[in-house]
Design a protein. Sequence first.
Length: 472
Amino acid sequence: MSHQLWGGRFATPTAADMRQFNDSFRFDRRLAEADITGSVAWAQALAAAHLITDTECDTLVQGLNLIRLEFAEDRFQSAPGDEDIHTAVERRLLELVGPVAGKLHTGRSRNDQVATDMRLFCIDAAQTLQAGLSHLQQALLHQAEQHATTLMPGYTHLQRAQPITFGHWCLAYVEMFERDRQRLADARDRMRSLPLGAGALAGNSLGVDRTALAAQLVTAQGELPFTTVAANSLDAVADRDFVAELLFDCAMIGMHLSRMAEDLILYSSAEYGFIELADEYSTGSSLMPQKKNPDSMELLRGKSGRLIGNLVTLLTVLKGTPLAYNKDLQEDKEPLFDSLDTLQLGLRVAAAAVMTLVAHPERMAAALDDAMLATDLADELVRRGVPFREAHGKVGQLVRQAIAQGVSLRQLPLEAYQAVHTDLDQSIYALFDFTRSVMHKNSLGGTAPERVAEQVAAWRQRQNAETIRSKV
């Protein structure tokens, strides 16, 4: 006989196709750990409110922990009628401890129960993503440290602009992914508001102390996930902002991964040849034996669309839902789970691919050309008292002459330089030194090797401090 949490007022059973359409256990079983954690805390809150005895509470908690172990060891057996994770757990609890299982749902609705489950799940998922981002940052820092002095072209509009170092390029993505880590930390803070005890929508009338409940709800890892209690019962059960926010963070991370991937796809092409991805993170062609394709990067780039799509899916679901709970909110789970699965694996692949890539400094250096030092020429004129706008125009004339004559800037005769500014002498040719150019970009955040080395050291120190804090 199937176990159902509702149905007394219905004269006929649910149609088979409606049951298939309605049931969610096939995907929300992933909430088992969170659901059991919340249920253990709820049993203890019921005991504290003298709604069940201490003995009954102990029996319920023991049964729930057995079910927790079954899920952890992949031994949990589903049964017909397991509409969702809540039904499945209560059905199994009844099998293990008998009729006292029917007391667990006292004063609780699946509305506040699933809202709690989702917050617990998202708190943990956000932390996992932060760790994945940290590993990717470590891979980028490894490359930055190795290539603090490796010269390469910097681009704007995909046109060669000014010389930079490959280490500086790596640090740009370290910064991007740090903003992602900070957004996840902010999102986790907002997730830590307990909805349990809000009931279906109006609160509970049985004397459960929600503040005490928040203080005693402990995860299997011994952590206290909730720091506040949801202040409005209607909002507590209807709110999925935290899921949308996590999906936004996933989409933003995906977008940053896609930008990095696009750079590396270009840099790994024969036309650039700046880097080579390891064989382990490349694939070949079924027709062309010579091909080595950067498919790890192409998949990162492609899956960003999937992550953005999942965010749009949930926002579209939420925009028309009136207060309080509606079944539409069941649609929050599959997009979330898909984004998390996609991104967690993507971050592992990205970190490993970056760590194992090989840079080719000689190819990077070969792509540098004198035109990229035009700004250095303009800066030199500024040092000699020429207003920058005027200096910009004068150097532009020199660039035009070089193009017309089919020569590089350093190949123009001194007379050409003196024609735009009479003070110039042979020393102007000393500017045509790419190493000198990047060394002079030594402002805070600049590409100068000393600044790159400082930033790498600062990031290492920061990550070490975070590691120590996490162990305390």
